[in-house]
Design a protein around this ligand. Structure first.
Ligand code: ZN
Length: 509
Protein backbone atom coordinates (compact mmCIF):
# COMPACT_ATOMS: atom_id res chain seq x y z
CA UNK A 1 0.00 0.00 0.00
CA UNK A 2 1.24 3.42 -0.88
CA UNK A 3 -1.84 5.43 -0.03
CA UNK A 4 -0.04 8.59 1.04
CA UNK A 5 2.29 8.51 -1.97
CA UNK A 6 -0.70 8.12 -4.32
CA UNK A 7 -2.54 11.00 -2.69
CA UNK A 8 0.63 13.10 -2.84
CA UNK A 9 1.01 12.33 -6.55
CA UNK A 10 -2.60 13.35 -7.21
CA UNK A 11 -2.14 16.70 -5.48
CA UNK A 12 1.18 17.40 -7.15
CA UNK A 13 -0.31 16.53 -10.54
CA UNK A 14 -2.89 19.26 -10.01
CA UNK A 15 -0.18 21.81 -9.17
CA UNK A 16 1.77 20.72 -12.25
CA UNK A 17 -1.32 21.09 -14.45
CA UNK A 18 -1.84 24.61 -13.15
CA UNK A 19 1.73 25.63 -13.82
CA UNK A 20 1.76 24.06 -17.31
CA UNK A 21 -1.49 25.91 -18.05
CA UNK A 22 0.26 29.11 -16.96
CA UNK A 23 3.05 28.07 -19.31
CA UNK A 24 0.62 27.94 -22.22
CA UNK A 25 -0.53 31.47 -21.37
CA UNK A 26 3.09 32.58 -21.15
CA UNK A 27 4.00 30.99 -24.48
CA UNK A 28 0.99 32.64 -26.09
CA UNK A 29 1.97 35.99 -24.59
CA UNK A 30 5.39 35.83 -26.18
CA UNK A 31 4.46 34.25 -29.51
CA UNK A 32 0.92 35.10 -30.63
CA UNK A 33 -0.86 37.50 -28.24
CA UNK A 34 -1.69 40.98 -29.58
CA UNK A 35 0.20 43.58 -27.50
CA UNK A 36 -2.86 45.07 -25.85
CA UNK A 37 -3.59 41.77 -24.13
CA UNK A 38 -0.70 42.41 -21.72
CA UNK A 39 -2.66 43.69 -18.75
CA UNK A 40 -5.31 40.98 -18.55
CA UNK A 41 -2.69 38.31 -19.27
CA UNK A 42 -0.68 39.51 -16.27
CA UNK A 43 -3.78 39.10 -14.09
CA UNK A 44 -4.50 35.62 -15.44
CA UNK A 45 -0.93 34.52 -14.86
CA UNK A 46 -0.83 35.97 -11.37
CA UNK A 47 -4.10 34.22 -10.42
CA UNK A 48 -2.96 30.82 -11.64
CA UNK A 49 0.47 31.32 -10.07
CA UNK A 50 -1.07 32.21 -6.72
CA UNK A 51 -3.43 29.20 -6.72
CA UNK A 52 -0.62 26.82 -7.71
CA UNK A 53 1.62 28.24 -4.98
CA UNK A 54 -1.10 27.97 -2.32
CA UNK A 55 -1.87 24.38 -3.25
CA UNK A 56 1.79 23.44 -3.23
CA UNK A 57 2.69 25.07 0.10
CA UNK A 58 -0.44 23.71 1.82
CA UNK A 59 0.04 21.97 5.22
CA UNK A 60 -1.55 18.89 3.73
CA UNK A 61 1.41 18.40 1.37
CA UNK A 62 3.69 18.32 4.43
CA UNK A 63 1.45 15.76 6.14
CA UNK A 64 1.44 13.58 3.01
CA UNK A 65 5.23 13.84 2.73
CA UNK A 66 5.58 12.62 6.34
CA UNK A 67 3.17 9.77 5.68
CA UNK A 68 4.75 8.81 2.36
CA UNK A 69 8.30 8.68 3.72
CA UNK A 70 8.01 5.19 5.31
CA UNK A 71 6.26 3.96 2.15
CA UNK A 72 9.27 4.76 -0.01
CA UNK A 73 12.24 4.24 2.32
CA UNK A 74 12.94 0.72 1.09
CA UNK A 75 12.88 1.79 -2.56
CA UNK A 76 16.15 2.59 -4.40
CA UNK A 77 17.42 6.15 -3.95
CA UNK A 78 16.72 7.07 -7.58
CA UNK A 79 13.34 5.34 -7.82
CA UNK A 80 10.48 7.57 -8.93
CA UNK A 81 8.68 7.30 -5.57
CA UNK A 82 11.60 7.98 -3.28
CA UNK A 83 12.89 10.76 -5.51
CA UNK A 84 9.46 12.37 -5.60
CA UNK A 85 9.25 12.51 -1.81
CA UNK A 86 12.82 13.76 -1.39
CA UNK A 87 12.70 16.45 -4.07
CA UNK A 88 9.20 17.62 -3.19
CA UNK A 89 10.17 18.00 0.46
CA UNK A 90 13.05 20.23 -0.46
CA UNK A 91 10.90 22.36 -2.79
CA UNK A 92 8.08 22.51 -0.26
CA UNK A 93 10.28 23.57 2.64
CA UNK A 94 11.98 26.19 0.52
CA UNK A 95 8.71 27.60 -0.82
CA UNK A 96 7.21 27.84 2.70
CA UNK A 97 10.03 29.98 4.04
CA UNK A 98 8.96 32.99 2.00
CA UNK A 99 5.94 34.93 3.34
CA UNK A 100 3.24 35.26 0.71
CA UNK A 101 3.15 39.09 1.09
CA UNK A 102 6.84 39.24 0.19
CA UNK A 103 6.30 36.92 -2.75
CA UNK A 104 3.38 39.04 -4.02
CA UNK A 105 5.41 42.25 -3.61
CA UNK A 106 8.31 40.71 -5.54
CA UNK A 107 5.99 39.72 -8.40
CA UNK A 108 4.44 43.18 -8.53
CA UNK A 109 7.76 45.05 -8.41
CA UNK A 110 9.28 42.69 -10.97
CA UNK A 111 6.53 43.65 -13.42
CA UNK A 112 7.07 47.38 -12.73
CA UNK A 113 10.81 46.99 -12.98
CA UNK A 114 10.48 45.21 -16.31
CA UNK A 115 8.26 47.95 -17.67
CA UNK A 116 10.69 50.67 -16.56
CA UNK A 117 13.65 48.76 -17.97
CA UNK A 118 12.11 48.45 -21.45
CA UNK A 119 11.79 52.24 -21.62
CA UNK A 120 15.17 52.90 -19.96
CA UNK A 121 16.95 50.63 -22.40
CA UNK A 122 15.17 52.24 -25.37
CA UNK A 123 16.36 55.69 -24.27
CA UNK A 124 19.63 54.41 -22.81
CA UNK A 125 18.80 56.11 -19.52
CA UNK A 126 20.04 54.20 -16.48
CA UNK A 127 18.95 56.95 -14.05
CA UNK A 128 15.28 56.38 -14.89
CA UNK A 129 15.65 52.66 -14.10
CA UNK A 130 17.64 53.13 -10.89
CA UNK A 131 14.69 53.54 -8.43
CA UNK A 132 13.10 50.33 -9.73
CA UNK A 133 16.37 48.46 -9.49
CA UNK A 134 16.76 49.74 -5.92
CA UNK A 135 13.32 48.43 -4.97
CA UNK A 136 13.91 45.04 -6.55
CA UNK A 137 17.33 44.66 -4.92
CA UNK A 138 15.86 45.62 -1.53
CA UNK A 139 13.19 42.93 -1.96
CA UNK A 140 15.84 40.38 -2.91
CA UNK A 141 17.71 41.17 0.31
CA UNK A 142 14.52 40.53 2.27
CA UNK A 143 14.06 37.30 0.34
CA UNK A 144 17.60 36.21 1.21
CA UNK A 145 16.83 36.79 4.90
CA UNK A 146 14.25 33.98 4.70
CA UNK A 147 17.11 31.48 4.32
CA UNK A 148 20.33 30.40 5.97
CA UNK A 149 23.63 30.42 4.16
CA UNK A 150 27.22 29.82 5.11
CA UNK A 151 29.38 31.62 2.57
CA UNK A 152 27.52 34.51 0.93
CA UNK A 153 24.01 36.02 0.94
CA UNK A 154 24.15 35.38 -2.81
CA UNK A 155 23.85 31.63 -2.22
CA UNK A 156 20.06 31.50 -1.60
CA UNK A 157 19.53 33.38 -4.89
CA UNK A 158 21.85 31.05 -6.79
CA UNK A 159 20.08 28.09 -5.22
CA UNK A 160 16.81 29.10 -6.91
CA UNK A 161 18.36 28.27 -10.27
CA UNK A 162 21.14 25.85 -9.34
CA UNK A 163 19.85 23.82 -6.38
CA UNK A 164 22.50 22.84 -3.87
CA UNK A 165 25.26 25.00 -5.30
CA UNK A 166 26.96 27.61 -3.13
CA UNK A 167 28.59 30.86 -4.22
CA UNK A 168 32.13 29.81 -3.34
CA UNK A 169 31.92 26.83 -5.73
CA UNK A 170 31.03 29.12 -8.62
CA UNK A 171 33.78 31.54 -7.57
CA UNK A 172 36.27 28.72 -7.74
CA UNK A 173 35.21 27.63 -11.23
CA UNK A 174 35.23 31.21 -12.50
CA UNK A 175 38.60 31.94 -10.89
CA UNK A 176 40.05 29.28 -13.21
CA UNK A 177 38.03 30.37 -16.23
CA UNK A 178 38.62 34.07 -16.17
CA UNK A 179 42.38 34.34 -16.75
CA UNK A 180 42.37 31.39 -19.15
CA UNK A 181 39.56 32.86 -21.25
CA UNK A 182 41.13 36.30 -21.30
CA UNK A 183 44.30 34.74 -22.62
CA UNK A 184 42.44 32.73 -25.27
CA UNK A 185 40.51 35.76 -26.46
CA UNK A 186 43.75 37.71 -26.79
CA UNK A 187 45.32 34.85 -28.75
CA UNK A 188 42.42 34.38 -31.17
CA UNK A 189 43.29 35.35 -34.75
CA UNK A 190 41.07 37.54 -36.87
CA UNK A 191 38.82 35.43 -39.08
CA UNK A 192 36.91 36.55 -42.16
CA UNK A 193 33.19 36.10 -41.60
CA UNK A 194 31.93 38.75 -43.99
CA UNK A 195 30.02 36.15 -46.04
CA UNK A 196 27.82 35.42 -43.01
CA UNK A 197 26.21 38.87 -43.36
CA UNK A 198 24.04 39.60 -46.35
CA UNK A 199 20.73 38.63 -47.81
CA UNK A 200 19.32 35.40 -46.34
CA UNK A 201 15.56 35.08 -46.94
CA UNK A 202 13.80 34.30 -43.64
CA UNK A 203 11.46 31.81 -45.34
CA UNK A 204 14.46 29.81 -46.56
CA UNK A 205 16.05 30.00 -43.09
CA UNK A 206 12.86 28.58 -41.59
CA UNK A 207 12.74 25.70 -44.07
CA UNK A 208 16.41 24.89 -43.42
CA UNK A 209 15.99 24.99 -39.62
CA UNK A 210 12.98 22.66 -39.83
CA UNK A 211 14.94 20.23 -42.00
CA UNK A 212 17.61 19.92 -39.31
CA UNK A 213 15.05 19.70 -36.52
CA UNK A 214 13.35 16.79 -38.25
CA UNK A 215 16.57 14.73 -37.89
CA UNK A 216 17.29 15.46 -34.21
CA UNK A 217 15.21 12.72 -32.66
CA UNK A 218 11.92 14.47 -31.89
CA UNK A 219 8.93 12.19 -32.27
CA UNK A 220 6.67 13.47 -35.04
CA UNK A 221 3.72 15.50 -33.82
CA UNK A 222 5.33 16.37 -30.49
CA UNK A 223 6.86 19.78 -31.21
CA UNK A 224 6.42 23.00 -33.09
CA UNK A 225 8.63 25.93 -34.03
CA UNK A 226 7.43 29.53 -34.09
CA UNK A 227 9.14 32.86 -34.67
CA UNK A 228 9.47 35.31 -31.76
CA UNK A 229 11.50 38.39 -30.78
CA UNK A 230 13.52 36.75 -27.97
CA UNK A 231 13.84 33.00 -28.60
CA UNK A 232 13.01 30.55 -25.80
CA UNK A 233 11.73 27.01 -25.35
CA UNK A 234 8.93 25.76 -23.18
CA UNK A 235 6.96 22.54 -22.90
CA UNK A 236 3.59 21.48 -21.56
CA UNK A 237 4.45 17.78 -21.49
CA UNK A 238 7.21 15.68 -23.04
CA UNK A 239 5.01 15.44 -26.16
CA UNK A 240 4.17 19.12 -26.48
CA UNK A 241 7.45 20.98 -26.91
CA UNK A 242 7.36 24.60 -28.10
CA UNK A 243 10.50 25.87 -29.77
CA UNK A 244 10.88 29.46 -30.86
CA UNK A 245 13.50 31.20 -32.94
CA UNK A 246 14.23 34.48 -34.69
CA UNK A 247 14.98 34.87 -38.41
CA UNK A 248 16.98 37.97 -39.24
CA UNK A 249 17.04 38.73 -42.97
CA UNK A 250 20.73 39.67 -42.97
CA UNK A 251 22.41 36.77 -41.17
CA UNK A 252 22.18 33.03 -40.43
CA UNK A 253 22.07 33.21 -36.64
CA UNK A 254 18.66 31.48 -36.68
CA UNK A 255 20.44 28.17 -37.34
CA UNK A 256 22.28 28.25 -34.01
CA UNK A 257 19.45 29.89 -32.14
CA UNK A 258 17.15 27.08 -33.33
CA UNK A 259 19.69 24.39 -32.42
CA UNK A 260 20.06 25.98 -28.98
CA UNK A 261 16.34 25.92 -28.27
CA UNK A 262 16.09 22.45 -29.78
CA UNK A 263 18.64 21.30 -27.18
CA UNK A 264 16.33 22.54 -24.44
CA UNK A 265 13.46 20.94 -26.34
CA UNK A 266 15.13 17.53 -26.57
CA UNK A 267 15.66 17.65 -22.81
CA UNK A 268 11.96 18.26 -22.22
CA UNK A 269 11.05 15.65 -24.84
CA UNK A 270 13.26 13.04 -23.17
CA UNK A 271 11.78 13.30 -19.66
CA UNK A 272 10.44 9.86 -18.69
CA UNK A 273 6.65 9.47 -18.94
CA UNK A 274 6.52 8.32 -15.31
CA UNK A 275 7.75 11.76 -14.16
CA UNK A 276 5.12 13.81 -15.97
CA UNK A 277 2.67 15.91 -13.93
CA UNK A 278 5.09 16.01 -11.00
CA UNK A 279 7.89 18.27 -9.70
CA UNK A 280 10.33 15.76 -11.25
CA UNK A 281 9.27 16.46 -14.84
CA UNK A 282 11.99 19.00 -15.64
CA UNK A 283 15.79 19.35 -15.84
CA UNK A 284 17.60 19.38 -12.45
CA UNK A 285 18.84 22.96 -12.86
CA UNK A 286 19.22 25.76 -15.36
CA UNK A 287 22.93 24.99 -15.70
CA UNK A 288 22.37 21.33 -16.54
CA UNK A 289 19.55 22.29 -18.91
CA UNK A 290 21.77 24.91 -20.56
CA UNK A 291 24.55 22.36 -20.95
CA UNK A 292 22.31 20.62 -23.47
CA UNK A 293 21.26 23.69 -25.43
CA UNK A 294 24.96 24.49 -25.71
CA UNK A 295 25.74 20.92 -26.73
CA UNK A 296 23.41 21.09 -29.71
CA UNK A 297 24.16 24.70 -30.58
CA UNK A 298 27.94 24.53 -30.29
CA UNK A 299 29.43 21.07 -29.82
CA UNK A 300 27.24 19.70 -32.60
CA UNK A 301 26.20 22.81 -34.52
CA UNK A 302 29.63 24.35 -34.92
CA UNK A 303 31.50 21.11 -35.49
CA UNK A 304 33.10 20.30 -38.78
CA UNK A 305 31.53 16.82 -38.75
CA UNK A 306 28.01 18.23 -38.57
CA UNK A 307 28.68 20.60 -41.46
CA UNK A 308 30.27 17.87 -43.57
CA UNK A 309 26.69 16.74 -43.95
CA UNK A 310 24.76 20.00 -43.81
CA UNK A 311 26.94 22.45 -45.69
CA UNK A 312 25.89 21.33 -49.15
CA UNK A 313 22.19 21.62 -48.32
CA UNK A 314 22.94 25.08 -46.88
CA UNK A 315 24.76 26.12 -50.06
CA UNK A 316 21.83 24.87 -52.13
CA UNK A 317 19.46 26.88 -49.96
CA UNK A 318 21.66 29.98 -50.16
CA UNK A 319 23.61 29.92 -53.45
CA UNK A 320 25.60 32.99 -52.36
CA UNK A 321 27.63 30.57 -50.19
CA UNK A 322 28.74 28.52 -53.24
CA UNK A 323 32.05 30.40 -53.40
CA UNK A 324 32.80 29.79 -49.73
CA UNK A 325 34.38 26.42 -49.03
CA UNK A 326 33.62 24.32 -45.97
CA UNK A 327 36.91 25.25 -44.28
CA UNK A 328 36.23 28.96 -44.45
CA UNK A 329 32.67 28.48 -43.29
CA UNK A 330 33.61 26.35 -40.27
CA UNK A 331 36.33 28.80 -39.29
CA UNK A 332 33.94 31.74 -39.52
CA UNK A 333 31.27 30.14 -37.33
CA UNK A 334 33.92 29.35 -34.71
CA UNK A 335 35.64 32.72 -34.59
CA UNK A 336 36.33 34.52 -31.31
CA UNK A 337 35.79 38.27 -31.22
CA UNK A 338 35.15 40.52 -28.20
CA UNK A 339 31.85 42.39 -28.42
CA UNK A 340 29.57 44.51 -26.27
CA UNK A 341 26.48 42.32 -26.21
CA UNK A 342 26.23 39.08 -24.26
CA UNK A 343 23.58 37.44 -26.42
CA UNK A 344 25.65 38.05 -29.56
CA UNK A 345 28.87 36.77 -27.99
CA UNK A 346 30.75 33.81 -29.44
CA UNK A 347 31.64 30.70 -27.44
CA UNK A 348 35.06 31.93 -26.36
CA UNK A 349 34.08 35.38 -25.10
CA UNK A 350 30.62 34.44 -23.78
CA UNK A 351 31.58 33.28 -20.30
CA UNK A 352 33.56 36.48 -19.67
CA UNK A 353 30.30 38.42 -20.04
CA UNK A 354 28.83 36.11 -17.41
CA UNK A 355 31.71 36.37 -14.95
CA UNK A 356 31.44 40.17 -15.08
CA UNK A 357 27.72 39.94 -14.17
CA UNK A 358 28.31 37.31 -11.49
CA UNK A 359 30.86 39.51 -9.72
CA UNK A 360 28.59 42.54 -9.89
CA UNK A 361 25.60 40.58 -8.62
CA UNK A 362 27.47 39.44 -5.53
CA UNK A 363 28.54 43.01 -4.83
CA UNK A 364 24.97 44.22 -5.30
CA UNK A 365 23.55 41.64 -2.90
CA UNK A 366 26.32 42.14 -0.36
CA UNK A 367 25.83 45.91 -0.63
CA UNK A 368 29.47 46.62 -1.42
CA UNK A 369 28.64 48.60 -4.55
CA UNK A 370 26.44 51.70 -4.87
CA UNK A 371 23.77 51.00 -7.46
CA UNK A 372 24.14 54.46 -9.03
CA UNK A 373 27.77 53.60 -9.85
CA UNK A 374 26.85 50.50 -11.87
CA UNK A 375 27.19 52.03 -15.37
CA UNK A 376 30.67 53.30 -14.59
CA UNK A 377 31.81 50.04 -13.02
CA UNK A 378 30.33 48.11 -15.94
CA UNK A 379 32.34 50.13 -18.43
CA UNK A 380 35.55 49.78 -16.47
CA UNK A 381 35.19 46.00 -16.22
CA UNK A 382 34.30 45.59 -19.89
CA UNK A 383 37.56 47.30 -20.69
CA UNK A 384 39.40 45.08 -18.22
CA UNK A 385 37.72 41.78 -19.26
CA UNK A 386 37.27 42.21 -23.00
CA UNK A 387 39.27 45.29 -23.91
CA UNK A 388 36.35 47.23 -25.34
CA UNK A 389 34.68 50.57 -24.62
CA UNK A 390 30.99 50.80 -23.78
CA UNK A 391 29.37 53.64 -25.75
CA UNK A 392 26.10 53.86 -23.81
CA UNK A 393 24.02 52.18 -21.08
CA UNK A 394 21.72 50.45 -23.58
CA UNK A 395 24.73 48.48 -24.82
CA UNK A 396 26.15 48.28 -21.31
CA UNK A 397 24.50 47.76 -17.97
CA UNK A 398 20.96 47.96 -19.38
CA UNK A 399 21.31 45.31 -22.09
CA UNK A 400 19.90 42.31 -20.19
CA UNK A 401 16.36 41.80 -18.96
CA UNK A 402 17.28 39.76 -15.84
CA UNK A 403 17.86 42.42 -13.17
CA UNK A 404 14.75 44.36 -14.21
CA UNK A 405 12.56 41.66 -12.69
CA UNK A 406 14.85 40.89 -9.75
CA UNK A 407 16.35 37.86 -11.53
CA UNK A 408 19.62 37.94 -9.62
CA UNK A 409 21.50 34.62 -9.43
CA UNK A 410 20.48 33.44 -12.90
CA UNK A 411 23.49 34.58 -14.95
CA UNK A 412 26.13 32.13 -13.65
CA UNK A 413 24.03 29.19 -14.85
CA UNK A 414 24.82 30.13 -18.47
CA UNK A 415 28.56 29.77 -17.97
CA UNK A 416 28.13 26.69 -15.78
CA UNK A 417 26.13 25.23 -18.67
CA UNK A 418 29.11 25.76 -20.99
CA UNK A 419 31.43 24.06 -18.51
CA UNK A 420 29.09 21.13 -17.82
CA UNK A 421 28.40 20.60 -21.53
CA UNK A 422 32.04 19.63 -22.09
CA UNK A 423 32.19 17.38 -19.02
CA UNK A 424 29.23 15.43 -20.40
CA UNK A 425 30.55 15.59 -23.97
CA UNK A 426 33.74 13.80 -22.90
CA UNK A 427 31.57 10.95 -21.61
CA UNK A 428 29.43 10.94 -24.76
CA UNK A 429 32.54 10.63 -26.93
CA UNK A 430 33.64 7.54 -25.03
CA UNK A 431 30.18 6.01 -25.20
CA UNK A 432 29.75 6.75 -28.92
CA UNK A 433 33.11 6.08 -30.60
CA UNK A 434 31.55 6.56 -34.06
CA UNK A 435 30.02 9.92 -33.22
CA UNK A 436 32.01 11.89 -35.80
CA UNK A 437 31.08 9.49 -38.59
CA UNK A 438 27.45 9.63 -37.50
CA UNK A 439 27.44 13.42 -37.54
CA UNK A 440 29.13 13.41 -40.95
CA UNK A 441 26.35 11.13 -42.20
CA UNK A 442 23.70 13.48 -40.78
CA UNK A 443 22.66 10.82 -38.27
CA UNK A 444 21.89 12.69 -35.05
CA UNK A 445 19.71 10.02 -33.46
CA UNK A 446 22.43 7.93 -31.79
CA UNK A 447 23.54 11.09 -29.95
CA UNK A 448 20.07 12.29 -28.97
CA UNK A 449 19.07 8.73 -28.02
CA UNK A 450 22.08 8.33 -25.74
CA UNK A 451 21.49 11.69 -24.07
CA UNK A 452 17.80 10.87 -23.64
CA UNK A 453 18.46 7.48 -22.05
CA UNK A 454 21.33 8.58 -19.81
CA UNK A 455 20.41 12.16 -18.92
CA UNK A 456 17.12 13.65 -20.10
CA UNK A 457 14.95 10.77 -18.87
CA UNK A 458 16.15 11.31 -15.26
CA UNK A 459 14.31 14.62 -15.01
CA UNK A 460 14.81 16.17 -11.56
CA UNK A 461 15.14 12.89 -9.66
CA UNK A 462 18.76 13.68 -8.83
CA UNK A 463 20.29 17.01 -7.82
CA UNK A 464 22.50 18.77 -10.41
CA UNK A 465 25.64 17.42 -8.74
CA UNK A 466 24.24 13.90 -8.44
CA UNK A 467 23.23 14.05 -12.10
CA UNK A 468 26.73 15.13 -13.14
CA UNK A 469 28.25 12.44 -10.93
CA UNK A 470 25.95 9.80 -12.46
CA UNK A 471 27.30 10.66 -15.89
CA UNK A 472 30.92 11.60 -15.27
CA UNK A 473 31.78 9.75 -12.05
CA UNK A 474 32.49 12.98 -10.15
CA UNK A 475 30.17 15.65 -8.71
CA UNK A 476 32.73 18.40 -9.27
CA UNK A 477 32.13 21.12 -11.83
CA UNK A 478 35.41 20.95 -13.68
CA UNK A 479 36.32 23.68 -16.18
CA UNK A 480 39.27 21.74 -17.63
CA UNK A 481 37.44 19.99 -20.53
CA UNK A 482 35.77 23.27 -21.52
CA UNK A 483 39.07 25.14 -21.54
CA UNK A 484 40.76 22.36 -23.49
CA UNK A 485 37.96 22.48 -26.08
CA UNK A 486 38.25 26.24 -26.48
CA UNK A 487 42.03 26.01 -26.60
CA UNK A 488 41.80 23.54 -29.50
CA UNK A 489 39.26 25.75 -31.21
CA UNK A 490 41.41 28.88 -31.03
CA UNK A 491 44.46 26.89 -32.14
CA UNK A 492 42.58 25.54 -35.17
CA UNK A 493 41.56 29.05 -36.16
CA UNK A 494 45.19 30.04 -36.05
CA UNK A 495 46.66 27.20 -38.07
CA UNK A 496 44.13 27.47 -40.89
CA UNK A 497 44.02 31.24 -40.98
CA UNK A 498 44.26 32.26 -44.64
CA UNK A 499 45.13 35.87 -43.98
CA UNK A 500 47.78 35.23 -41.40
CA UNK A 501 46.78 38.47 -39.75
CA UNK A 502 47.21 38.44 -36.01
CA UNK A 503 44.82 40.54 -34.04
CA UNK A 504 46.43 42.84 -31.51
CA UNK A 505 45.88 41.44 -28.03
CA UNK A 506 42.71 43.24 -27.01
CA UNK A 507 42.66 42.35 -23.36
CA UNK A 508 45.22 41.92 -20.65
CA UNK A 509 45.59 38.70 -18.71
ZN1 ZN B 1 19.30 28.38 -23.20
Amino acid sequence: MAAALDELRTRLAEVSDLSRAAGVLGWDQRVTMPPRGTESRAEQLSTIGRIAHERFTDDEIGRLLDAAEPEVESLPYDSDGRSLVRVTRRDWEKARRVPSELRAEMTLQAARGHHAWVEARRTSDFASFLPYLRTNVELKRRYVECFEWSDSPYTPLLDDYEPGMVTSEVQEVFATLRPALTELVAAAPEVDASFLSGDFAPEAQRAFAERILATMGFEEGSWRLDPTAHPFCTSFSNRDVRLTTRYQPDDLESIWSTLHEAGHGLYAHGIADSLLRSPLGAAPSLGVNESQSRTWENLVGRSRSFWEHWYEPLQETFPRLRDVDLDRFVRAINRAEPGLIRVDADETTYSLHIILRFELEQEIVEGTVALEDLPEIWSARMREFLGIDVPDDARGVLQDVHWSGGGIGYFPTYALGNVISLQIWDVVRQALPDLDAQLEAGDLEPLSGWLRDNLYSLGRKLTPKETIERLTGSPTIDPAPYLAYLGDKVASLESRSPSGIRQEPSATA
